[in-house]
Structures are given as C-alpha cells and as structure tokens.
Design a binder for this molecule. Structure first.
Ligand SMILES: [Cu+2]
Length: 90
C-alpha cells in the first residue's frame, strides 16, 4: 500500500550540493525497544540515510536522508520488507 502525501511538511536543507530531507514516518508493528533498534540498524545501513530515530511508543520513525540517494518510498519499502506497516509521512 502506498499512501501519497505532499512533501510540503518535509524540512529541506541544502548541505553542499545535496538536498537533505527530514521526515517522520508513521510505522506500525513495533512493540518493544528491540523493534525500534532493529529499524534503526537496518535503515542506518542504507545509502543516503544520515540519521534514524525510531520510537515504538509513538509508532514513528524519523529519518534524515539525501534526496539524491534515497527516497521515502524506498525507505518504506525497506520497512515493509522487514515486516512493518507504513502509513506515510506525518
Ligand atoms: Cu519488538
């Protein structure tokens, strides 16, 4: 399932030539610290991801990434691939 949302809520900052975007995604399926740690570990290994903060209590995953290397869609596909449900950008 792909939910389209406008990027207007994204915070964009130019660092050098690459655009860095910060987004908070709604992610369902995390039930403990192990889940959020796993998400942080998996996503932080993806190219272009600079920062990840997952909160199982809030059902959110904050990501800071380079737009030229990765996108919210790719991040969501990765999350789905490891068993979580994504519900778009908050
Ligand atoms: Cu868990």
């Amino acid at each position: 399932m792909v939910i389209f949302k406008s990027n207007q809520s994204d915070e964009k900052t130019a660092i050098g030539d690459s655009m860095v975007t910060e987004s908070t995604l709604k992610v369902l399926g995390m039930t403990c610290d192990g889940c959020s740690s796993r998400i942080e570990k998996v996503l932080s290994k993806m190219e272009g991801i600079q920062e990840v903060k997952a909160s199982w209590e809030n059902d959110t995953v904050y990501v800071k990434f380079e737009e030229s290397k990765v996108s919210v869609n790719v991040i969501e596909e990765k999350l789905k691939g490891i068993g979580f449900t994504t519900e778009g950008i908050l």
